[in-house]
Design a protein. Structure first.
Length: 482
């Protein structure tokens, strides 16, 4: 399937999103899927919680829509800049620039989950009416991120002093320095998402994409070298993320940090952040080494097929993840408000909506994927119908657990996710060896959706359902006694 197919599906997701969440009990899709009877007590609670739910739903819709626009702008910028930089630098230096620029994703990983912890802790604190605790958590995350950045910079400078780097290492030194500096700066986006105003963070990401594109175009016009091109790439990231953080800290009372550091808040942020970091790594290990395994077991052509397949699959799931991400702080806010009715409806209807989008996009992939990939790559990598079907299964099955996963994160059930994802990654590695020998590329690619279907999805839905059942019953019993 073309990436444009996912863009088109993403654009209509805003409309679907407005119908799959509980919008005061008025959406047509909602009426079709809600089958639970409404008691008079439920109706009274709904009336009382109505304004809060409407606000929560609007913020989710705004953030999802802004995230999709940001993804579209990012894809368009990629189509513009890559040919320009390639033509300007030539194949050899372009490879160096691409390698140095591709390291940018590490900045999100090297904060060791501090930003992710805030996405849960901020809405929980505000939902319970304790904005000062939210400020404590933000202060702790900024202190922790700054300390990590300082440590990495010191280690890097010592390394440069001991081992004089070659002149060709300049792009990678720039990349390393920018990645370290971005650890505390990148927290700004997490703060906006935690405030349920992720659309502001996405707006700054759009500015980042435009700024980076402009800097690269200027560098190309000036016939700059690979070092300048790398500096332009990371310069746009640092400037926009610094502006995002400054806007968050100055623009909302609940996000202004204190000068003092609360050790209790730091322990909480570090504990949750470290678990979120492990979850991210475990999920990534499920497929991160597939192209390396294919290269070792099946050869270069198989590795290329896997690499292209994973690029398409992760782009599609990333687009769908953009839609579901705003539900994370929404869940945390609803948990703090004990709005279990909204949690149940949103989990069910959100899963239905994301599954519908995944199936529709996967259908486009099966029908039009082969010719579009040939056009995009300018050569034929032999994407057979069976391989396209497997890519469709990869996209659909790995996205089904998005909603229960976000709910489990919001209620701080993190260790269970670590265990499930770690088991899936370990079992998957062994299965890939057997599958590669019998089925080739399709076998390696099939293991990840197989683990999702047999282990991850059932476990996540069961854990989410169990939590909702227990806390709904507890909440009902508490209200009955009062």
């Amino acid at each position: 399937m073309s990436l444009f197919g996912w863009i088109i599906l993403g654009i209509i997701a805003g409309w679907i999103g407005s119908h799959i969440v509980d919008n005061g009990g008025k959406g047509p899709l909602l009426d079709m899927v809600l089958v639970a009877p409404r008691t008079s007590q439920t109706t009274r609670n709904d009336v009382k919680a109505g304004p809060m739910r409407s606000s929560r739903n609007r913020l989710i819709l705004f953030t999802s829509s802004a995230g999709l626009v940001q993804r579209v702008v990012q894809l368009l910028a990629t189509f513009i800049t890559l040919p320009l930089v390639l033509h300007s630098l030539g194949v050899t230096e372009f490879g160096v620039w691409a390698a140095a620029s591709s390291l940018a994703w590490l900045s999100a990983l090297l904060d060791f989950g501090l930003g992710s912890a805030l996405v849960t802790l901020i809405p929980q604190s505000i939902g319970r009416g304790d904005a000062s605790l939210s400020r404590d958590y933000i202060t702790a995350a900024l202190y922790g991120g700054s300390a990590m950045a300082l440590l990495l910079i010191i280690v890097g400078l010592l390394g440069i002093a001991i081992y004089t780097p070659a002149t060709t290492a300049a792009p990678f030194i720039i990349a390393a320095g920018a990645i370290a500096l971005n650890i505390p700066l990148g927290i700004g986006g997490a703060i906006w998402l935690g405030l349920q105003k992720g659309y502001i963070g996405n707006g700054w990401l759009i500015i980042q994409t435009i700024l980076t594109t402009a800097l690269l175009v200027i560098a190309v016009s000036a016939h700059a070298g690979v070092t300048t091109m790398t500096a332009a790439t990371y310069g746009g990231m640092l400037v926009s993320n610094a502006a995002t953080l400054a806007h968050a800290l100055l623009g909302h009372p609940a996000s202004r940090p204190y000068r003092r550091l609360s050790t209790a808040a730091l322990r909480t942020v570090m504990a949750q952040g470290s678990q979120m970091f492990v979850i991210t790594v475990a999920a990534y290990c499920a497929y991160a080494f597939d192209n390396i395994l294919a290269l070792a077991w099946l050869g270069p052509l198989a590795s290329a097929q896997i690499a292209i397949s994973l690029r398409v699959c992760t782009t599609a799931t990333g687009m769908l993840g953009t839609i579901t991400a705003p539900f994370w702080p929404g869940f945390a806010d609803a948990v703090a408000a004990q709005d279990h009715h909204w949690l149940k409806q949103t989990l069910r209807n959100g899963t239905l909506g994301i599954a519908t989008l995944a199936l529709a996009g996967s259908g486009c992939l099966i029908v039009a994927g082969a010719p579009v990939l040939r056009w995009w790559l300018h050569q034929d990598f032999h994407f057979t119908p069976a391989l396209l079907w497997m890519m469709a299964a990869w996209i659909t099955l790995t996205t089904l657990a998005h909603m229960p996963s976000l709910l489990l994160i919001a209620v701080l059930q993190l260790r269970s996710q670590i265990i499930i994802l770690s088991i899936a990654a370990i079992l998957g590695f062994g299965l890939k060896y057997v599958a590669a020998e019998k089925f080739g590329v399709i076998g390696i690619l099939a293991v990840t959706p197989l683990m999702s279907a047999l282990l991850i999805n059932p476990a996540y839905f069961w854990l989410a359902s169990r939590w909702l059942t227990r806390h709904t019953q507890t909440n009902s019993a508490t209200k009955a006694t009062t």
